[in-house]
Write a protein that binds this ligand. Structure first.
Ligand code: AMP
Length: 219
């Protein structure tokens, strides 16, 4: 399986579809948001920088993200492909990733844009619940995505929690950052001939069927 990059506004379904692809194709899903959340409690200036940026809804400095990703991609489970959830977030990161791919002798693979409008992204952000144990994502505001047992993960039964940056105020900043910095990646990857678009506003099961068609057809 080739590697996969998901590009989408906050809460459009990057995490959900990364988990579904991971289960279907048995490749790891790497969320830079999760890598950063794990590093933010570090008692160092880097930990503090991550906390400040994440809590304000801003992007963490490119060098920090790229270094964490570089270390992660060197792990053995990435040899046969991986999913990038939340990276790259701007053109600089995309260029740094192109260089990294050359260094580790891998190809770009698929880039999938999940199209969702601002109103729906906001609704999903405010209802989102995550399992910090297994990474599963649920949503209190969307029937098909509610956990079966209120407040607990269907898969591992751990307590679900809200992310500290899933507030109304931070959402607006994150969405603006997405429009200004991340959306230009659509043209960047279109020009390279690797971009596919799926509709993220419909049932996640139908969107996932579209994703599977892309992955199976292009392999
Ligand atoms: P996510 O879990 O993808 O929604 O990301 C949550 C937050 O982590 C973002 O709002 C950023 O502060 C930070 N973050 C995640 N991925 C990146 C990235 N590729 N570059 C910079 N900051 C990131």
């Amino acid at each position: 399986m080739k590697s996969i990059i998901f590009i989408a506004p906050p809460a459009a379904g990057k995490g959900t579809h990364s988990m579904l692809v991971k289960e279907e194709y048995n490749i790891p899903s790497i969320s830079t948001g999760d890598l950063l959340r794990a590093a933010r409690n570090d008692n160092s200036s880097i930990g503090e920088e991550i906390r400040k940026a994440q809590d304000a809804g801003l992007l963490v400095a490119d060098e920090i993200v790229i270094e964490l990703l570089k270390q992660r991609l060197k792990q053995e489970d990435c040899y046969n492909g991986y999913i990038l959830d939340g990276f790259p977030r701007n053109i600089e990161q995309a260029k740094a990733y192109d260089e990294l791919l050359q260094e580790i002798n891998k190809e770009l693979g698929f880039v999938i844009y999940i199209d969702v409008d601002k109103e729906l992204a906001k609704k999903r952000t405010l209802g989102r619940l995550s399992c910090s144990n297994c990474g599963s994502v649920y949503n209190d505001m969307i029937d098909e995505s509610k956990p079966k047992n209120n407040g607990y993960c269907d898969k591992c039964n751990s307590a679900l929690s809200k992310r500290s940056d899933d507030t109304e105020e931070t959402f607006d900043i994150r969405f603006d950052t997405y429009i200004e910095q991340t959306k230009p990646l659509i043209d960047y990857y279109k020009d390279k001939g690797v971009l596919y678009t799926v509709d993220g506003s419909i049932s996640k099961f139908i969107t996932f069927e579209e994703i599977k068609k892309i992955l199976n057809g292009g392999d």
